[in-house]
Design a protein around this ligand. Structure first.
Ligand SMILES: Cc1cc2nc3c(=O)[nH]c(=O)nc-3n(C[C@H](O)[C@H](O)[C@H](O)COP(=O)(O)OP(=O)(O)OC[C@H]3O[C@@H](n4cnc5c(N)ncnc54)[C@H](O)[C@@H]3O)c2cc1C
Length: 737
């Protein structure tokens, strides 16, 4: 596949359709999810697209038209996607993939619409993850859309963590919101006084309830908690003024002020009373951690959707660019191909497309992983509770043995009989999936939204001036700006990098990473055209660099891999994300190749589609390898001091007089000696003698190998570009401009 030319291979004729995506993103057997995708798409390309086209983004206020969008979500089943069947929903079991698919469809048209839908789920998530059964049933049932015959309006929620500066933002530990005992009669439930000011709170214009993070300011309440506030509670429920956002205007955002009296039963997850002190079962950090690790995945997928959604409008614009001009007659290359005659325009679109594919693959892999992890986590909790272990350090200690077993499992041969025993152990399975999820979630949020935003700028630029107008088909300019919010909210890039700094260095994750690297080599043997070998070499280089940095120090003796040293750890986290995205992209194409033939629709033109998507993989793998190589080289060499022309560093230099003598026994040495000192001490005009790189020659060997692994990558890009210039697209976009 890797060396074939277009004329020898099948070419993709149309854009990848639903059947292809269902196989790649693994919901071909989930009719419920396929239906959800269709309904969300209907709202996105209907109601939402009309709102954007009619200028509803031009106001910060919450308007009746925007409110109508929420009702459209309700009617389409988008709201109910979060609920269990007994709570008014229609999807049983974990819903991470479901919510991700729905967010993907909405963000395909408008990120603000997707956020408006997700924000209610975000408000419910603390309750869903950590609430008591009574809280879960009560609030999720209220938030479910009305059943046929019911007239009630569903409750909408807001999630209030962020506070006015200088309090909570990235640093979730610095809370100013307060909770105190308002009243506590003997033998009765305590009442709480909650004072919380929010900043940038989504859904606030219409929220009926708010899940708010607060700290105790009363010795009779221990620590912090998340508390549920309702609009009918006694006191002040002030929604504040709308935020003057430049982005996501179809969602509502504002800075509310709450000063409310609520019963202690509103503490999310409940509480116990010990020695006259209310002790929440979960502090706010524990609640928020379990929420964000799931909800950040759909956010990452929103940016992925925008990148892939840009492909069709850009192709159409490029092809039609010169139509109507005098010299551009139908049938002529200029008329038919427009800007697509030009290689650069095609190559840049290939890069955007490849990024979108990688981002979607990474995000959906993370979403599926959480669907697998959710029941395992419940099983783990039940097993540990039976053993009398609950949370915190005790849990970490209890899982240590399972971690060692997980690492052992990863080292066993396929034929080893012990595999079955370890694979059947739910704690081992939990530890494996948990370690992976702890990396994939922040990687999705970080890479998809951060690098994705940069690539959205590329998409905008391909549309010329049109790209930065409201009329741009596909609303690309708005999508570019919106992506920056996706990179910011639920914790901006620094938060994701900080998390990766810890989780990517876990023994269990690194053992998996080693296995994945080997897998990529094996995949390369059967599918060299995917760039899997390039990726394997880059993964190897990354791991070598991590191990090196864990031990290395700078010239002053300070450790390089250290939480405070973000210049090292954050950069390495960035490099990893590129590799993870590329890996997921390759795995999805392999899935399509192996399963596509079984589907009557996907099997049509399958070879061409697989060829094209493999070429995108190869293109992306080369980019990822290049990024990883650049970052790793800078870290490995960048923290050693460059040799200087000072005396003590002269050791590696030749003196001009020495060279003359050497020339007699080693003819030609003068030509290759670069750091020569003249008798008067003068030297070549450069920073100093070249660094000898002693000790890091293994890095150079690996990097050298990686460079040669890039062979074929540009041929793949050429082939992908040719397909982009020929692929058929519909006459017009299926949503209005
Ligand atoms: C439209 C919109 C909707 C929102 N919706 C909600 C909502 O519904 N609920 C809610 O609670 N919040 C919401 N937010 C708030 C959002 O989550 C925060 O804005 C975001 O988490 C960043 O916090 P901050 O604005 O205080 O940025 P800051 O913390 O001031 O960050 C500024 C910059 O400094 C960097 N930085 C900060 N700390 C570090 C560090 N330790 N190391 C390195 N770099 C660092 C950041 O990465 C960033 O680049 C919303 C925000 C917006 C704009």
């Amino acid at each position: 596949m890797g060396t074939a030319t277009l004329s020898e291979t099948k070419s993709m004729l149309t854009l990848p359709g639903d059947a292809v995506r269902q196989i790649q993103w693994r919901f071909a057997d989930r009719f419920d999810l396929q239906m959800l995708v269709q309904s969300a798409r209907g709202v996105a390309r209907g109601t939402v697209a009309r709102l954007v086209a009619s200028g509803e983004r031009n106001t910060h206020d919450w308007t009746p038209a925007k409110a109508e969008m929420l009702q459209a979500f309700d009617r389409a089943g988008v709201t109910a996607a979060f609920m269990e069947p007994e709570e008014g929903g229609f999807i049983a079991g974990p819903k991470n993939l479901a919510l991700s698919l729905s967010a993907f469809e909405l963000a395909w048209v408008d990120g603000g619409a997707a956020t408006a839908s997700l924000a209610s789920f975000l408000a419910l998530s603390p309750i869903h993850e950590r609430g008591t059964q009574q809280q879960v049933t009560h609030y999720k049932t209220l938030a479910a859309p009305p059943q046929p015959g019911e007239t009630r309006a569903p409750w909408r929620g807001a999630f209030a963590l962020t506070e006015p500066i200088p309090y909570v933002g990235v640093d979730t530990g610095m809370l100013s919101g307060k909770v105190a005992i308002a009243q506590w009669k003997d033998g009765e439930e305590p009442w709480l006084q909650v004072d919380k000011r929010g900043r940038f709170i989504t859904n606030i214009a219409f929220a009926n309830f708010v899940t708010a993070a607060v700290n105790s300011c009363d010795p009779r309440i221990k620590g912090s908690c998340v508390v549920i506030l309702e609009e009918g509670d006694e006191g002040t429920f002030d929604r504040g003024t709308p935020t003057k956002k430049l982005v996501h205007q179809l969602s509502s955002t504002g800075d509310p002020i709450f000063s409310l009296k609520v019963p202690a039963s509103r503490i999310v997850g409940g509480y116990t009373v010990k020695d006259g002190v209310v002790i929440p079962n979960f502090n706010h950090g524990e609640v928020i951690e379990s929420v964000f690790r799931r909800t950040r995945v759909p956010v990452g997928l929103m940016t992925a959707a925008k990148l892939i959604s840009a492909v069709e409008p850009v192709i159409r614009y490029q092809r039609q660019r010169f139509r109507g001009a005098e010299g551009s007659k139908p049938g002529s290359i200029r008329y038919e191909q427009g800007i697509q005659q030009r290689e650069d325009a095609l190559h840049r679109l290939v890069d955007i497309w490849a990024t979108g594919e990688a981002a979607a693959s990474l995000g959906f892999a993370a979403a599926r992983l959480f669907d697998t992890l959710d029941p395992l986590e419940k099983q783990k909790n039940a097993i540990l509770a039976e053993r009398g272990v609950q949370g915190g350090r005790a849990e970490l200690r209890a899982l240590k043995e399972s971690e060692l077993q997980a690492i052992e499992l990863l080292s066993l041969k396929e034929s080893d009989p012990r595999r079955a025993e370890l694979e059947a152990d739910p704690l081992v399975q939990f530890v494996l999936k948990d370690a992976e999820a702890n990396v994939l979630c922040p990687a999705t949020k970080l890479w998809n939204t951060g690098h994705g935003t940069n690539m959205m700028r590329e998409a905008v630029s391909l549309m010329g001036g049109y790209g930065i107008t409201e009329d741009c088909p596909g609303f690309l300019g708005a999508k570019w700006m919106d992506s920056q919010l996706e990179a910011t909210y639920e914790g901006p890039e620094a938060v994701q990098r900080r998390q990766l700094t810890v989780t990517m260095n876990s023994d269990v994750f690194l053992a998996q990473f080693r296995v994945w690297t080997g897998d990529m080599r094996r995949i390369a043997a059967t599918n060299p055209g995917t760039g899997a070998c390039t990726l394997a070499s880059a993964m190897h280089l990354w791991l070598w660099t991590l191990k090196y940095l864990l031990k290395a120090t700078d010239p002053s003796g300070s450790k390089l891999y250290h939480g405070q040293r973000q210049g090292v750890t954050f950069a390495l986290a960035d490099a990893l994300c590129w590799l993870l995205a590329s890996r997921c992209q390759i795995l999805d194409v392999l899935e399509l190749e192996s399963q596509g033939g079984n589907d009557p629709v996907a099997s049509e033109g399958l070879e061409g589609t697989v060829q094209f998507l493999s070429d995108l993989c190869h293109t992306q793998a080369a980019q990822a390898a290049g990024e990883a190589s650049r970052i790793c080289a800078e870290l490995v060499f960048g923290y050693t001091r460059h040799p200087s022309w000072q005396d003590e560093d002269h050791k590696g230099c030749f003196l001009a007089s020495e060279l003359e003598a050497y020339e007699e026994t080693m003819p030609g040495i003068t030509a290759i000696a670069v750091d020569v000192l003249a008798p008067d001490g003068s030297h070549p005009l450069k920073a100093g003698p070249c660094a000898s790189c002693s000790g890091n020659s293994e890095f150079l060997r690996l990097q050298n190998k990686l460079t040669t692994c890039l062979s074929g990558a540009r041929l793949a890009k050429d082939r992908a570009a040719e397909t982009v210039s020929r692929v058929m697209i519909p006459e017009a976009l299926d949503y209005p401009a």
